[in-house]
Design a protein around this ligand. Structure first.
Ligand code: SAM
Length: 281
């Protein structure tokens, strides 16, 4: 049985990075009127109460989104991300953190579609409830990795796929490259976002090497480390692998990451990275 619940981690530094990249990519797809598909293979519950027992137990959001929330000013590029946060937090106090499905729910347009899968028996009903009145969304309790085969290509031939496993099962690291390739073979023009943690650098690098070996071109890596790599328990960094990044994304992250680092890692214990893993040709 799966024990991972995202409610313990919602709004931590890794969510902040992941969701900033997600919002920038969604906004870039919205530059054209043509509809697109948002496929979220590992959706989670959708909405997280930050004063819940789970969130308070780890307090991870305190060194993540809570720090951004208290900034008197944010940079313009983060307006879409903050617009969603503000939608779910009408009072000045930060109460809810919206996960990836709710971010997409707010930013997508009437013509766009969402396909969301979540396998956990406690989180799935919560997610389904969030979308009960949203006709754009299909929410199922299925294995997210299989959706890359069954839901692609989208009818609109435009789309963003977020692959965000919990890596609770070590297999997840091995499954990523294969699942990505299955999707890419069917839909090579989609934007693919793969989230990864750095708990063991060796394990993460192995997964990234497998992605490079697929032969897929145009891949960028974006990473925020808040501590140096080490052999102790816990996540020191997290990152996003982006296949077919929007053309502005690298530049946008060169602006955002130093700002984010000042807030989340003011003593520069870690490091920020924007790296072209595989160029276009
Ligand atoms: N994407 C969410 C967000 O950004 O708000 C967070 C997702 S969380 C990191 C990973 C989720 O994947 C967990 O809720 C877990 O129950 C779910 N999960 C694990 N294995 C899965 C699978 N094979 N298919 C679908 N969901 C899975």
């Amino acid at each position: 049985m799966l024990s991972y619940r995202h409610s313990y981690h919602a709004g931590n530094h890794a969510d902040v990075l992941k969701h900033i990249v997600l919002t920038l990519c969604l906004e870039s797809l919205k530059e054209k009127d043509k509809p697109f598909l948002y496929l979220d293979t590992h959706s989670g519950a959708g909405r997280y109460l930050l004063q819940s027992e789970h969130a308070e137990k780890t307090g991870e959001y305190l060194s993540g989104i809570a720090k951004l929330w208290e900034q008197p000013e944010i940079i313009d590029l983060l307006q879409p991300y903050f617009s969603v946060l503000k939608y779910y937090n009408r009072n000045p106090a930060l109460k809810y953190y919206p996960g990836s499905p709710l971010i997409a729910k707010q930013l997508l347009r009437p013509q766009d579609k969402l396909v969301l899968t979540e396998i956990h028996s406690s989180d799935y009903p919560l997610l389904r409830q969030e979308f009960s009145k949203d006709h754009r969304a299909q929410v199922t309790k299925q294995d997210g990795f299989l959706q890359l085969k069954s839901k692609l290509p989208p009818e609109s031939r435009r789309g963003l796929i977020l692959i965000d496993p919990s890596y609770e099962i070590k297999d997840d690291y091995q499954k990523i490259a294969h699942a990505l390739l299955e999707g890419y073979k069917r839909f090579s023009t989609g934007i693919y976002l793969i989230w990864y943690p750095v708990v063991s650098r060796k394990q993460t690098q192995h997964m990234i090497d497998d992605i490079i070996k697929t032969g897929i071109k145009r891949i960028v890596q974006i990473e925020l480390a808040i501590r140096p790599d080490n052999n102790q328990k816990g996540m020191t960094a997290s990152g996003m692998i982006v296949v077919n990044p929007p053309w502005k994304l690298k530049q946008q992250m060169h602006t955002i990451l130093p700002w984010l680092q000042e807030i989340l890692d003011p003593h520069h214990m870690g490091k920020i990275t924007v790296n072209e893993l595989v160029p276009e040709s």
